[in-house]
Design a protein. Structure first.
Length: 302
């Protein structure tokens, strides 16, 4: 099983950003887009990454959030077109979870705008394991892996980008991991925020995962697995020790980020899982803007 991992697409459309919809947290995001973010996040890099993924011939593609900037309907339409046309894949081999930018406002969060836009990409093979009335977590069995999608996305005040999984999702995650069909496979857990928090308490409050320790306790019984995330806009690989082995926690950079360093330049990650569930390969690919080719680069250890 070959898996490609994209994150933080930040595909932009200000259509629908009429004045009354900017008089909330979006005003800070809008100003950031106008004067900074648009200059370094390039949709052309995301499209080039899609073509590189097609050339690699992967089996599954996962996207770990922040597909949009302001959680506007038109942005989600752009993402849908990217998945169907640029990536050229139907929903079954593609799995998504939201990031904080996809739940940017209380209205977008309450209306479940992300879940409605991407319902086909988050459809669970075991809907009875998802809490009643909820969308996440979902589980999708694909060959030797069980792809589990968690939402860490919450609307936050301006300049705050922290997230949380919540007690309901965590309890459901424990039930999913105990299911025989999941236990027979390698879990590949998708979430936007990393499970390893910043060392600074201030940074944890501003951009960390509030219940990372609770998630780590649930995962502590596993012998192997992947926790794939974004959010940091950089490549990073960390290992979470468990009672019977370890889990690889791997972050992908922003697919659209134009940056001079190999650690941050836009691209995607790739993983290979053998038929017996062993994780055989973890790689990252940096886009070359001049040629639109992807070059393999090292993933810094965190």
């Amino acid at each position: 099983m070959r898996i490609a991992h994209l994150s933080d697409l930040h595909l932009l459309s200000l259509e629908g950003a009429v004045p009354y919809r900017l008089f909330n947290k979006r005003i800070t995001g809008y100003l950031n887009l106008r004067f900074h973010r648009r200059s370094i996040h390039k949709p052309s890099l995301v499209k080039a990454a899609a073509r590189a993924i097609q050339r690699l011939g992967v089996d599954q593609v996962v996207v770990t959030g922040d597909v949009s900037n302001l959680a506007l309907e038109k942005e989600f339409e752009l993402v849908g077109a990217f998945l169907a046309e640029d990536l050229g894949l139907p929903p079954r081999p593609v799995s998504l979870v939201p990031g904080n930018h996809d739940a940017y406002t209380a209205g977008a969060f309450r209306s479940r705008r992300f879940a409605r836009a991407f319902a086909a990409y988050i459809e669970s093979d075991f809907p009875d394991l998802t809490p009643a009335g909820e969308v996440f977590p979902y589980v999708r069995l694909r060959g030797p892996v069980a792809i589990i999608g968690l939402s860490t996305a919450l609307p936050r005040p301006p300049l705050v980008a922290s997230g949380a999984i919540g007690r309901v999702q965590l309890a459901a995650l424990a039930r999913i991991l105990a299911h025989p069909e999941v236990r027979a496979r390698t879990p590949v857990i998708l979430q936007h925020h990393p499970i390893h928090n910043p060392p600074s308490s201030a940074k944890r409050m501003l951009e960390g995962l509030g219940d990372a320790a609770d998630e780590a306790a649930i995962l502590g019984e596993l012998s192997r697995g992947l926790v794939l995330h974004g959010h940091l806009h950089r490549r990073i690989h960390r290992k979470l020790a468990t009672e019977r082995g370890h889990i690889d926690a791997v972050g992908a950079t922003s697919a659209s980020l134009l940056h001079e360093s190999d650690e941050r330049m836009g691209g995607f990650n790739g993983y290979e899982v053998a038929d017996d569930g062993a994780v055989r390969g973890i790689a990252s690919y940096r886009m070359q803007p001049e040629t639109e080719e992807a070059r393999e680069v090292a993933i810094p250890e965190g």
